[in-house]
Design a binder for this molecule. Structure first.
Ligand SMILES: [Zn+2]
Length: 94
C-alpha cells in the first residue's frame, strides 16, 4: 500500500468512530439540556438556524452544518446507533 493509500485507509477508519460535533456537544451537556436539544432537533417545524442561534447565544460555537447533518442522519456517526445518544435519552438510570 502507498503512503497515501495507508493514510486514507486510516482516515476513514478513524473517522467512523469519531462522534460528530453534535454528538460530542450532546455528551458534554448535562442530561436535561441534552434531552431538550435532542427533542427540539426532532421537531421538523423548528428551523436549524433557530437552534443554531440558540446554541450560539449560549456560547456554543457549533457549525450550522453540523446540526443539519445530525438532523438529516447524515453526520459522520449517524449509523453508529444514532451517534450513541441513546445512552443520554435512556435517562442515566444505569
Ligand atoms: Zn453523529
Amino acid at each position: 500500500m502507498t503512503v497515501l493509500g495507508d493514510r486514507l485507509a486510516n482516515l476513514s477508519t478513524s473517522n467512523k468512530h469519531i462522534p460528530c460535533p453534535m454528538a460530542k456537544l450532546l455528551k458534554s451537556l448535562d442530561q436535561e439540556t441534552a434531552v431538550a436539544l435532542i427533542d427540539v432537533m426532532s421537531k421538523e417545524e423548528i428551523p436549524t438556524r433557530t437552534i443554531h442561534q440558540e446554541l450560539h447565544n449560549a456560547g456554543i460555537p457549533i457549525a450550522r452544518e453540523s446540526i443539519q447533518m445530525f438532523r438529516k442522519n447524515s453526520c459522520a456517526c449517524a449509523s453508529e446507533d444514532k451517534c450513541n445518544i441513546n445512552e443520554i435519552t435512556d435517562g442515566g438510570t444505569k
